[in-house]
Design a protein around this ligand. Structure first.
Ligand code: ZN
Ligand code: ZN
Length: 212
């Protein structure tokens, strides 16, 4: 990250750069595994989805059996086909509704563990989504905060907006002293301009400071 002197006019650009840096950091540090992510959805919500689905199927089947008027006109005398049709429709609708509810539960829990305002985000996703095809979720996945991650030097958990590790003073966003572009903590040479980072770079300097 560039560390040029701050100017008021730059603040918009700076917050945009910060946002992009957060997105890069999240992609670098977090692997998305569906099973692990699904685990944070509250169990009661999963159970509720199953119960609601079974209840809807039961009601649908009973109604089809009890009142012939509820069947489609061409299936009036064919109870078996009408039952299969209603179960199919309920399953399709139930699947979409369940997806929506489970993702809402996911956003609520995920926002909380990332230290974001979980109530506000859940509400936002709820308000945005039904009319516009899950757009709320897309916005959420784009803008959610990265999770705390272990410091590359001492494994102490550090926040995504930290610049230095509070435990060992490790530079968490080192930049090349020559070309000022972002580099990894483990780079020995700058990948952009081949600057030797161990001998006179900032990493080498901070390591030397630590040992003195
Ligand atoms: Zn550290
Ligand atoms: Zn460089």
């Amino acid at each position: 990250m560039s560390t040029s002197p701050q100017m008021p006019a730059q603040s918009m650009g700076d917050s945009w750069n910060e946002r992009m840096r957060m997105i890069r950091l999240r992609r670098k540090k977090e692997a998305f595994r569906f099973r692990d992510e699904f685990r944070i959805v509250p169990r009661w919500l999963k159970v509720l989805c199953v119960i609601l689905y079974l209840l809807a199927v039961a009601i649908g089947v009973i109604v089809i059996h009890v009142s012939p008027e509820s069947r489609p006109s061409d299936l009036r005398d064919d109870v078996a086909t009408a039952t299969v049709a209603i179960v199919g429709i309920i399953t399709a609708v139930g699947f979409l509704v369940s997806c929506f509810l489970l993702m809402l539960g996911y956003v609520n829990r995920d926002a909380r563990r990332r230290g974001m305002n979980s109530a506000l985000w859940t509400l936002l996703v709820l308000v945005l989504s039904p009319g516009s095809l899950f757009i709320g979720f897309i916005v959420y996945f784009l803008f959610r905060e990265p999770m705390p991650y272990p410091c590359p030097r001492c494994n102490h958990l550090v926040g995504p907006r930290f610049n230095f590790c509070p435990n060992c003073k490790c530079d968490l966003h080192p930049s090349c002293p020559n070309c000022k572009r972002e580099i990894a903590e483990t780079d020995k040479f700058c990948p952009y301009c081949a600057q030797d980072l161990l001998s006179k770079g900032e990493i080498g300097k901070s390591l030397a400071e630590e040992h003195s």
